[in-house]
Design a protein around this ligand. Sequence first.
Ligand code: GLN
Length: 354
Amino acid sequence: MDAYVALEGGHVVEARGRAPGTANGELVFTTAYTGYEESLTDPSYEEQILTFAYPLIGNYGVRSERFESDRVHPRAAVTREMTDDVAEWLAEEDVPAVDHIDTRDLVTDIREEGAMACGIAVGDDVTPEDALAELEDCVPMSDHTDIGAQVSVAEPVVHNAESDGSTVALVDCGAKRSIVDSLVERGATVHVLPYDATADDVAEIDPELLFISNGPGDPENFDAAVDLVDTYVGEVPIAGICLGQQIVARALGGTTEKMDFGHRGVNQPVRDYDTGKVVMTTQNHGYTVADAPEALEVSQVNVNDGTPEGLDSEDLDIITRQYHPEANPGPHDSLSFFDDVLGLTGSKRTIVAD
Ligand SMILES: NC(=O)CC[C@H](N)C(=O)O
């Protein structure tokens, strides 16, 4: 199979085809050396093309127990060397894949030039022009204005309904399965709601915690979730992970901005101001909170670049994190986040119904 990868600016790189098809998307990377099944099924990669910096992808097979959702989300996968297991899985999923590319070089380019548009063509008769035609069709991430609809549940789903633990309303903007699992393991009943759930939908559940999930794209394209946080702030404790932190920040008057190439790996150091400790975290985001809202304290920062990694308010019962405490892939240093947010659930005040 022939394969061509066209990069922003028009440079085309030849590769080996591993799964056929054509695709375009924002080219991003992960430096993680494990967790390819988790990353490839993480809904946060919707509309992106994922390059793996680690040179061998697939060396421990493909097992659905490790999937973070029910499908592959990146539009295409780019690797140095991919095993047949992974190539066959991606072919079944209709996701084009290539290998025999110097991905460390590619990652260096992304770090120097920023996340970039990319077009890929893989198949028996494809040409460099096919990859360039895909590149031409690639739109900026912020133009995917209803990306939430591509990754969210269409109807509410309840997990662990019989439990007498805390009741959580999880707004699914592209939630990873491990977030639901981490809450259920701690006894919570989790009501997964569509990304555009209304205040009334939440009121019907009468939750003790409103949780905004991770997800793909630009946080400015998630106004429904911003409205929900705005409605319930101060009434119900609120938690957020990654996109969730960005949405909570926007709802309270903060701003977000696009980073050059984001935080993309499983060894991102985060300092907690309170304890002074640094933990290693999993990260996969291209936007960041630029101005934190006054009502929230920046409780944790990224050691590399000082961007906010945690926003908290004791008065409002809010805890959000820019990284992924649920890990998968990555270190388990921050799993106690789930104990902390469920610890807020005693502090529900009243439920607002419109
Ligand atoms: N993992 C995530 O939730 C990513 C959040 C957001 N889409 C970003 O890229 O910044």
